[in-house]
Design a binder for this molecule. Structure first.
Ligand code: CJB
Length: 828
């Protein structure tokens, strides 16, 4: 037993005086600057250090309690965490935002200015990465023992600029000034192996054993990011891995005498964690990507097993003490890696290891898009991860035996189910590996889960129906309401108190006041103030003036054909033409935001044409305030929190059957925007929750989309019957909006007229009709306010806290373990 003074944890004060002291000390002791000369950035760092020492204190208390209570832990494996800024979120969740504001003011520093200096941590592409960040925040908030694992990319999501119309990508050097939130753990390093070959060792009376020899080794080093729960003392941890060259590496190469090459090779081996691939819902297929996936999975599993054993559990207890969630197929190689660790390193029998692995893993699917389904050429897998290829063959062999017994003679079914796709040049289907190796598989919205069962995983569903569950996505109200929308938070507090912050269903208490004229007025005033805030930001970023008294119609999300930014753009062009023709149209601001994958030419073309249209529309004196079109540059978490509270209308207009869930739809609706949407993803559940009168549904259903495709779509015939739409397409393709080469958009015209793979043309009439319904309601301010208030009141289901409880109960079998106040040595 260590002496009490060794095991004692500090107990830092959280009042204004205590914080002021810590911050002032940190300027000197950590930042190394004289408080008389400290810059705003120095104060920002000092503040971050003062918070992080308090966070780590609670982190250690949380960890002690979890160890004492023998809890089961969940580990979330994700290639992406789209966190955004951390300073304000940490201050809020630690419950010290207001004392810190005062402490900073006492030191002569304005907290809001400081908050604005921080770069976003953008270690993700879009919905999938943001969901992961919301889940971690909720795990801590609800007191669940839950940990994230991922990659500490040196360069996150690229910064988007327009030059002048097309997207140009700039590197996101988010770590250039260091990062006060991370704890580098130089003692937490694991070797990660690539290439080489496998040697078989035959034992006369036992199983054959395998060793993986030669090849290259990189080290994965841990960086910890404490994650604080809101209104609780629990602080969990996000552990991100960075690649470091091994010492061996140094010796081997440096001794050969080519010093410069040796240094270059060392740097090369560290590129594994260098950059996030900026692709959303498309498989990348590059060797480096496979290495990234294996790198973080192997390090995480080694760490999980180490902790499990260090806590004194044996390996047979793994599924009782550990749940591992695979966030999409990116970490699916974990199934083979855990088998390797258990069988090759811990010498368990194959069957025992397989039973443990399957009961430990669960897999979330986030998309049905075929191009997103990762498959790796067998040849590549054999070269990079030879042992894993052997393990996958063995898993597949055992699995197909099972199928053969269940469906004798059904070879087509075997081929469809096999983990190896023999049709397309022999590839490993990572989604199949994930399903076979998991005890639960979930989709992220009711429709998505249903479609998974009926299409992508139909054969698996028939085999193991009990494995499939739905867990509809959610969003954290801490970021997406309390932080993003302080004015509405305040209003809610005055009317219904603050219980909704912990239990979002309590928003329902607002329902009886939806007709209340005072509330309606206050609600509309809040919305207007948020629109002014956004208009200021838009002016600063783009120079465009927006009138806060017209409808703000917002489509913010990754640029994808299936998300149909082109549908919205055709509407803009249609309105513009009608305004020029002297028609009276309801005024609106249309705001787009989102990034295109750098290699996705069609998506980049969509950005370009939106910017070109915007430029003409916004400068045409005949238009004035009746129509403005803005492409907000570099859409990211921090700008989302300004845009979302200002939206009147939320565009959720994907081709039905393609958007797995959407979460932007939830954030916007929670902030009082009314949705114009298709019956796709979670829009269906949003409609069920808010009621038909608070949402504008339009367009083909997922079944109708399938039917329409089967019948052979004919966009030209539709165009012939819709003169407004035809005129809009013509205007674009004729070069009306391009200043240089009028032929630029001919291709886009051909695409819409002859291909239209996502049925923009087929859904256009229904879409504009839905927009008109929205215009009519918007013109009636009372009716609009009532619908929007009801919308907010009924969004409780879409809290990430409900999502996380669904995972905990249906999949992970874990329970909350709130950190007891007494454990905090009396700290508040
Ligand atoms: N999603 O963001 C991504 N990236 C992918 O590679 C695949 C799917 C999105 O995940 C979100 C969270 O589940 C969903 O809401 C969204 O519909 C889906 O496109």
């Amino acid at each position: 037993m260590a002496a009490p003074e060794v095991t004692h944890l500090p107990n830092l004060p959280n009042d204004v005086e205590g914080l002021r002291q810590s911050i002032r000390d940190a300027v000197v002791r950590v930042v190394g600057e004289d408080p008389r000369q400290a810059t705003e950035r120095d104060w920002m760092e000092a503040l971050a250090f003062a918070i992080r020492e308090r966070m780590v204190e609670r982190r250690l208390l949380t960890r002690r309690q979890f160890a004492d209570e023998d809890v089961k832990r969940v580990y979330y494996l994700s290639m992406e965490y789209l966190i955004g800024r951390m300073l304000e979120a940490n201050l809020r969740n630690m419950g010290i935002l207001e004392p810190a504001r005062q402490a900073m003011a006492d030191l002569g520093v304005n907290l809001d200015t400081i908050l604005d200096l921080e770069d976003d941590a953008a270690l993700g592409n879009g919905g999938l990465g943001r969901l992961a960040a919301c889940i971690l925040e909720s795990l801590a908030t609800q007191g669940y023992p839950g940990y994230g694992y991922g990659i500490r990319y040196e360069f996150g999501m690229f910064r988007q600029e327009f030059e002048p119309y097309h997207q140009v990508e700039h590197p996101d050097n988010w770590l250039r000034y260091g990062n006060p939130w991370e704890f580098p753990r130089s003692d937490r390093k694991y070797p990660i192996h690539f290439y080489g070959h496998v040697v078989e060792h035959h034992h006369p009376r036992g199983e054959t054993r395998y060793t993986w020899e030669n090849g290259e080794e990189v080290l994965a080093m841990a960086y910890d990011y404490p994650t604080a729960g809101y209104g609780r003392r629990n602080v969990n941890n996000l552990r991100l891995w960075a690649a470091k060259a091994t010492r061996d590496f140094d010796l081997r190469y440096f001794n050969e005498g080519d010093y410069i090459r040796a240094v270059a090779d060392k740097a090369e081996s560290e590129t594994i964690s260098m950059v996030l691939y900026p692709n959303d819902a498309t498989a990348i297929g590059k060797e480096l990507r496979l290495k990234q996936e294996y790198f973080f999975v192997s390090a995480s599993l080694q760490d999980i097993l180490d902790r499990h054993l260090a806590l004194g559990y044996n390996l047979d207890a793994l599924p009782d003490k550990v749940a591992i969630q695979l966030n999409d197929t990116h970490p699916a190689i974990a199934v083979a890696e855990l088998m390797r660790l258990l069988v090759d390193c811990h010498e368990l029998s194959w069957d025992r290891a397989w039973d443990l692995a399957r009961r430990t893993f669960a897999y979330t699917n986030h998309t049905l898009m075929p191009e997103a389904l990762e498959t790796w050429p067998v040849e590549l897998m054999e070269r990079v991860l030879p042992r894993h290829m052997g393990i996958i063959y063995q898993i597949n062999h055992d699995f197909l035996e099972q199928v053969r017994h269940r469906y004798p003679g059904d070879n087509d079914r075997l081929a469809r189910l096999s983990i190896i796709d023999e049709q397309n040049g022999r590839r490993v289907r990572m989604a199949h590996l994930a399903v076979v190796g998991s005890h639960r598989v979930n989709g992220v919205a009711a429709l998505h889960t249903q479609l998974l069962q009926e299409t992508l995983f139909e054969d698996f569903y028939n085999l193991w129906p009990e494995r499939f569950v739905n867990v509809t996505n959610g969003v954290t109200p801490r970021l997406w309401m309390i932080q993003a929308n302080p004015a509405l938070t305040e209003l809610l507090g005055q009317r219904i108190g603050n219980d909704w912050q912990y239990d979002l269903d309590r928003l329902r208490a607002l329902e009886p006041y939806a007709h209340d004229a005072d509330l309606q007025k206050a609600f509309l005033d809040v919305k207007r103030a948020n629109k002014v805030r956004l208009a200021n930001l838009v002016r600063e970023r783009t120079g465009v003036e927006l009138n806060p008294d017209v409808m703000f119609d917002v489509q913010i999300k990754r640029i994808h054909e299936y998300k149909r930014q082109l549908l919205k753009l055709l509407h803009v062009v249609d309105l513009y033409r009608r305004i020029r023709a002297g028609e009276d149209v309801a005024p609106r601001v249309v705001l787009f935001g989102g990034k295109a994958a750098p290699g996705y030419a069609r998506a980049k073309g969509i950005i370009q044409v939106i910017n070109e249209v915007a430029d003409i529309v916004n400068h045409d004196p005949a238009v004035g305030d009746r129509l403005k079109c803005v492409f907000f540059p570099n859409y990211e978490v921090s700008s989302a929190s300004i845009i979302i509270p200002a939206a009147d209308v939320s565009e959720q207009i994907s081709t039905a059957g393609f958007e797995a869930s959407g979460t932007g739809n939830m954030k916007l609706a929670l902030n009082g925007a009314l949705t114009i949407g298709t019956l796709d993803g979670a829009n269906i559940e949003i409609r069920d929750a808010v009621g038909e009168e608070s949402i504008f549904i339009f367009g083909m259903t997922a079944d109708e989309v399938v039917e329409h495709r089967r019948n052979g779509p004919n966009p030209e015939a539709i165009l012939a019957q819709q003169p407004n739409l035809a005129a809009a397409v013509e205007m674009i393709e004729s070069g009306f909006f391009t200043c240089d080469d009028p032929g630029t958009h001919g291709d886009l015209g051909r695409y819409l007229r002859h291909e239209d793979p996502f049925f923009v043309i087929a859904d256009y009439a229904a879409y504009t009709e839905a927009c008109e319904r929205a215009d009519t309601l918007y013109a009636d301010r009372t009716a609009w306010a009532e619908a929007a208030i009801l919308n907010v009141a009924r969004m409780g289901y879409f809290s990430i806290d409900r999502t996380v409880r669904d995972y905990a109960n249906q999949i992970w079998d874990i329970i909350p373990e709130p950190v007891a106040p007494s454990r905090t040595n009396g700290a508040a």
